[in-house]
Design a binder for this molecule. Structure first.
Ligand code: ATP
Length: 230
């Protein structure tokens, strides 16, 4: 498998204080990699570095074999798209208007993947449920035809049922469109159901990595790594 996104020996942080240390992470076409770990483990920092928002203090980030551009928009235009945990939908606009704001929008294709949005097209986003808003945020990222999608805290503020409804869509993006996905997710079990591989971060370091299948079978090892008991 060729990595479309590759972080090699990445150390990154804020004002010279590392939040991620010596991290290796690879994602291939059509692959979903879950990034797990407790609060403050460095998950968001990893995504920001992978998107080119934060420049690494050491190590390299490459997309399609080339170093990231220093300007975030250039990376986004090349198909590297970050879905922030703040959702990024405009509450005063309707679902249709929000989707139209994304470049290269192909509404038909989006509705094919997210049929639950169709009856909501004329509704203002401020009136959507948390799950519907998150679906829209992912749909919005999708209409710009990403090749690499970095999704932060998909489940933030959502019920497990809402998360369960959205996760298969993420899987479909990878399977049907070949998108390479990095998924930050708090629900370990749900993440391991949808991901191909997972990496557990603790204090900025990868303390456990492996196939989702293996990690599901060794669930206690994941919990130990997660809580730093190992
Ligand atoms: P959470 O699940 O709580 O979002 P996380 O795993 O995404 O956590 P990060 O947000 O990457 O973790 O934070 C990693 C470390 O970097 C933490 O110690 C945090 O306090 C610190 N940090 C995050 N953002 C900033 C910032 N803008 N300035 C300074 N330090 C920051």
């Amino acid at each position: 498998m060729t990595a479309v996104l590759k972080l090699a020996g990445v150390t990154a942080g804020y004002a010279g204080v590392p939040a991620v240390r010596d991290l290796d992470l690879e994602v291939g076409e059509g692959e979903v990699v879950a990034l797990l770990g407790p609060n403050g483990a460095g998950k968001t920092t990893t995504l920001l570095t992978a998107a080119g928002v934060i420049a690494p203090a050491a190590g390299t980030v490459t997309a399609y074999g080339k170093p990231l551009h220093r300007r975030v928009e250039r990376n986004a235009r090349a198909g590297l798209v970050l879905v922030p945990d703040t959702r990024g939908v405009f509450h005063g606009l309707t679902v249709r208007e929000n989707l139209a704001l994304a470049r290269r929008a192909d509404l038909g294709r989006v509705l094919e993947l997210f049929p639950t949005l169709e009856p909501l097209l004329s509704r203002r986003c401020g009136l959507l449920s948390g799950g519907e808003q998150q679906t829209l945020a992912i749909a919005k990222a999708l209409v710009s035809m990403p090749r690499i999608l970095l999704i932060d805290e998909l489940s933030m503020g959502l019920s497990p049922i809402a998360v369960q409804a959205i996760l298969p869509t993420v899987r479909a993006l990878a399977d049907r469109l070949g998108v390479a996905v990095v998924l930050v997710e708090q629900h370990i079990d749900l993440a391991l159901t949808v991901a191909d591989r997972a990496v557990v971060l603790h204090h900025g370091r990868a303390v456990l990595a492996g196939s989702a299948r293996r990690l599901r079978a060794q669930r206690h090892t994941v919990a130990e790594a997660y809580f730093g008991a190992s």
